[in-house]
Design a protein around this ligand. Structure first.
Ligand code: COA
Ligand code: ZN
Length: 301
């Protein structure tokens, strides 16, 4: 079971407060010591689109890369690819969506155009020996009300996979999906893409993320995205709240006897560090429970 940590990117891109690069670096360095094997660092996107991640270069160059940990960065086009490569990135993520309206607002392209842009990016990446993840957002619904069907999701996933993506992450960007939908979607995708190449990316907007992970797990999925403390959202998805909390996922899996190799206390230490950089409490329930238990313990001493 692999947990892909997306807090530094998906989380921080949606924070009102811009977090200084040094604090992002400290956060990521703590995460690197937790046993996580894949930590998304930042995005080489337009700083006008995502001002929170305008310091991508500084952050990527500043983190201490632990051997055996993969550090992907988001890349929306050739310019992003070149910026990422210039500071030494060897893993990228390209991103499109099932929803046409969302894709248009998020990256100012149609889904069709995004596939064409990524086709060139992935081709270069493959030549350069760069690992590539492909995101398909809004897989369970669009914030703009346009219809998304499982077949649309499958088609976009297959197109990204065919371009040469090593892994496909299917995202419930606005947190509307429920377990029965997940149960139906996994076999549809698994007919076209090997299960070990499929990840799911749930947001906990309506409290269904862990139930969805459980459903995907039962269906054979082994890679899940999560963000420390439950940081997260998407600035182009109004009302989207955080990713499912890494601590929540780790708590559940650990108690179920599922190996992840990640030390939840080390992730919690990273969450604590980033909490002081943002302007609200962290939403991960497991994080909150661990903090409360520790406060009780301290008080009783
Ligand atoms: N990095 C830095 N700057 C970039 C860039 C990149 N990867 N891609 C484009 N730009 C700059 C251009 O140089 C240009 O700058 P200028 O105005 O100073 O000349 C400007 O951005 C517009 O470029 P253009 O190619 O016309 O892009 P666009 O305005 O159509 O925007 C994207 C397209 C993809 C660059 C932009 O929508 C984007 O970065 N989106 C990312 C959204 C995101 O990260 N969402 C979160 C994931 S859910
Ligand atoms: Zn997300």
């Amino acid at each position: 079971m692999t947990v892909v940590e997306v807090g530094a990117r998906d989380g921080l891109q949606n924070e009102r407060r811009s977090v200084p690069a040094a604090e992002k670096i400290a956060f990521i360095d703590l995460l690197s010591r937790s046993g996580l094997r894949c930590i998304e660092v930042t995005s080489f996107v337009s700083p006008k689109a995502i001002p929170q991640l305008a310091d991508a270069q500084e952050v990527f160059a500043g983190i201490t890369k632990v051997p055996g940990v993969r550090y992907p960065v988001l890349v929306p086009n050739a310019k992003g690819y070149e910026r990422a490569r210039a500071c030494g990135a060897d893993a990228i993520a390209v991103f499109t969506a099932a929803s046409e309206a969302f894709t248009q607002r998020n990256i100012n392209m149609s889904v069709e155009k995004s596939i064409a842009v990524f086709s060139a990016v992935v081709e270069r990446a493959k030549r350069d020996g760069v690992w590539v993840r492909g995101y398909v957002s809004t897989a369970f619904g669009s914030p703009f009300g346009d219809a998304v069907t499982p077949e649309m999701v499958r088609d976009v996933c297959v197109r990204l996979f065919t371009l040469g993506c090593d892994e496909i992450s299917v995202g419930d960007t606005i947190g509307v999906g429920v377990p029965t939908q997940v149960e139906a979607m996994v076999p549809l995708l698994a007919r076209e893409i090997p299960l070990e190449r499929l990840a799911f990316h749930f947001h906990d907007t309506r409290g269904t993320a862990l139930a969805n992970i459980y459903a995907a797990l039962q269906a054979g999925v082994a890679i899940f995205d999560a963000s420390a403390g439950g940081l997260g959202g998407c600035p182009y998805a109004p009302g989207a709240t955080g990713n499912v909390g890494t601590e929540d996922v780790l708590y559940m899996l650990e108690r179920m006897g599922v190996e992840t190799g990640v030390d939840v206390d080390a992730v919690r230490a990273a969450s604590r560090a980033i909490r002081s950089s943002i302007d609200h409490e962290l939403t991960s329930k497991a994080f909150q429970a661990m903090e409360a238990a520790q406060a009780r313990e301290t008080a009783s001493r």
